[in-house]
Design a protein around this ligand. Structure first.
Ligand code: FAD
Length: 477
């Protein structure tokens, strides 16, 4: 199938956009265009022509229709915290902000759902439902700033993914504006619904390339009654990795099973000052929740397993406050590392959890081979590691080595039965490698879907689909 190309652009004017969203909600000043020329991904920047903030679903739909008719690219943007250059406006056009679509529309306690607009901040959803004894488990570390629209479009995960799954697992219904200006609804407040293709899941994780999510109904569960946190300390990184597999193999599914290496520990302690041990090679941060007796039993058993796998110490968080401090410290890992060097590149190669030990070993060897500094932390229980390279984009020679190192890390993850990205998305950074994972035929199916929904190619062009795949045999099993 040929590459999707944008139709020839007709000039779109600020007045045309203002007629839809109001003149105070469109901006083409150089300062505003600069603000939205990049996101949290280092080294990607490109200016949009306009920045527009529609105030309701109908305005979103009308704006898409105008852009579709004129062949103008549209980049939906929540808080811009994605790490794969997904909101970078590489082909110019309109950055569509969801900041005015920021209302919680309904909390339905009978059906255990919450219905929200896409610009609502993730933590606001958690805080709102927890006041009612309910629970929305997906908790990306960026939850204090990320929007639910961004979470849905990247299918974000978090620290609680091991037991509770990711954003996709909590989406029941969506309203989506399509490029031709149609508004459609998918799913409903239904536990069972097999009417037609699962369009809800199609839009989840589609990285803004198919339409704009204008409303979402999310599933809630009862808030767990208690929780406990332990830290297991290791002088041998692989012993920590082996503990992860051993805990799961013992038929226990903790809420959180996070791995943090020494480099990351030192950076986080320097940042958070909460007394983390920095003289060990790695720690596991483990949380279990549920009824008190079960939590006590699991935590006791997990501590035993860690000791049997050469943990040099196992510490129980003394209070809820200490447990929260530890979780917050882990969530700050990227920010803490980012202070150390001018450029921080964080990836999220993911392997089956039984392969964590070989993957951690491979990352260390690859970093040594290319003489680059890579720290590793991540959601070890999900097999989702975040090898994070601390570098300097101005050093071209080093950047080339960094690129080669990451290509080799992706290759290793695929060889171990894993994937290129567990939660951050493909965007621009991993587009050249997508074919390694899906094969030519898999990518062609995706192109067919894109063509059907967005024939003019206006939705987030330049993302997910690479102009040319990176050279290598596709690893389709
Ligand atoms: C410090 C830090 C920690 C992080 N921790 C995690 C983590 O633990 N887990 C994790 O999974 N990610 C994490 N991330 C990545 C990022 O926060 C997530 O991908 C998040 O979901 C992005 O939300 P956002 O509102 O910033 O979206 P944006 O970055 O603005 O957009 C992300 C994508 O969603 C699309 N989009 C946004 N809104 C809509 C909409 N309404 N309709 C259609 N498409 C839309 C955009 O076009 C883009 O493709 C982290 C990032 C940082 C900087």
């Amino acid at each position: 199938m040929p590459l999707l190309r944008l139709k020839k652009k007709q000039k779109i004017t600020e007045e045309q956009i203002a007629a839809i969203v109001g003149k105070e909600n469109v901006d083409s000043s150089s300062s505003e265009r600069l603000v939205y020329s990049y996101d949290a991904t280092p080294n990607y920047q490109s200016l949009p022509d306009f920045v527009a903030a529609p105030g309701n679903a109908e305005e979103v739909a009308a704006l898409l229709k105008l852009c579709n008719e004129t062949g103008t690219p549209v980049y939906s943007r929540g808080s811009g915290t994605n790490l794969c250059a997904d909101t970078c406006p590489v082909h110019g056009g309109v950055v569509l902000l969801t900041k005015r679509l920021n209302r919680i529309l309904e909390l339905d306690k009978e059906n255990l759902t919450i219905t929200v607009q896409p610009g609502v901040i993730t933590k606001e959803i958690s805080d709102t439902v927890e006041k009612e004894g309910l629970f929305y488990p997906p908790d990306p570390s960026s939850m204090k700033i990320s929007t639910i629209g961004g979470n849905l479009s990247e299918n974000s995960g978090g620290l609680r993914g091991l037991k509770y799954g990711v954003t996709r697992d909590y989406v029941m219904a969506l309203q989506v504006a399509l490029p031709d200006g149609e508004l459609i609804r998918t799913g409903g407040k239904l536990t069972k619904d097999v009417a037609g293709y699962d369009l809800t899941r199609l839009f989840v994780g589609s990285e803004g390339t198919l339409g704009v999510i204008t409303e979402a109904t999310l599933k809630l569960i009862p808030k767990p009654e208690s929780q406990k946190t332990i830290l297991a300390l290791y002088q041998d990184i692989e012993a920590a990795a082996r503990s992860v597999s051993a805990i799961i193999a013992d038929k226990m599914i903790p809420v959180t099973l996070e791995f943090i290496d020494q480099d990351t520990l030192k950076a986080v302690e320097d940042f958070a000052h909460i007394g983390l041990p920095t003289d060990v090679q790695a720690i596991l941060l483990i949380v279990q929740d549920g009824p008190k007796e079960i939590v006590d039993r699991d935590i006791h058993r997990i501590a035993e397993i860690c000791r049997s796998k050469q943990a040099v110490d196992v510490r129980l968080a003394a209070s809820e406050q200490e447990a929260e401090q530890l979780a917050t410290a882990r969530r700050s890992a990227l920010s803490a590392l980012a202070r150390l060097k001018p450029t921080t590149i964080l990836e999220d190669a993911t392997v089956p959890r039984s392969e964590i030990a070989p993957m951690v070993r491979a990352i260390t060897e690859i970093a040594r081979k290319y003489n680059v500094r890579i720290s590793t932390f991540g959601h070890a229980g999900d097999g989702n590691l975040h090898p994070t390279c601390l570098t300097d984009a101005r050093d071209h020679d080093e950047m080339q080595r960094v690129e080669k190192a990451f290509a080799e890390i992706f290759e290793k993850a695929l060889e171990l039965g894993g994937t290129l990205t567990g939660e951050h998305g493909i965007g621009m950074t991993k587009a050249p490698y997508l074919e390694w994972k899906l094969g030519k035929a898999g990518v062609a199916v995706m192109r067919g879907i894109k063509q059907a929904l967005d024939p003019s190619g206006i939705m987030n062009p330049g993302k997910v689909f690479a102009e040319a795949a990176s050279e290598r045999e596709a690893n389709v099993k």
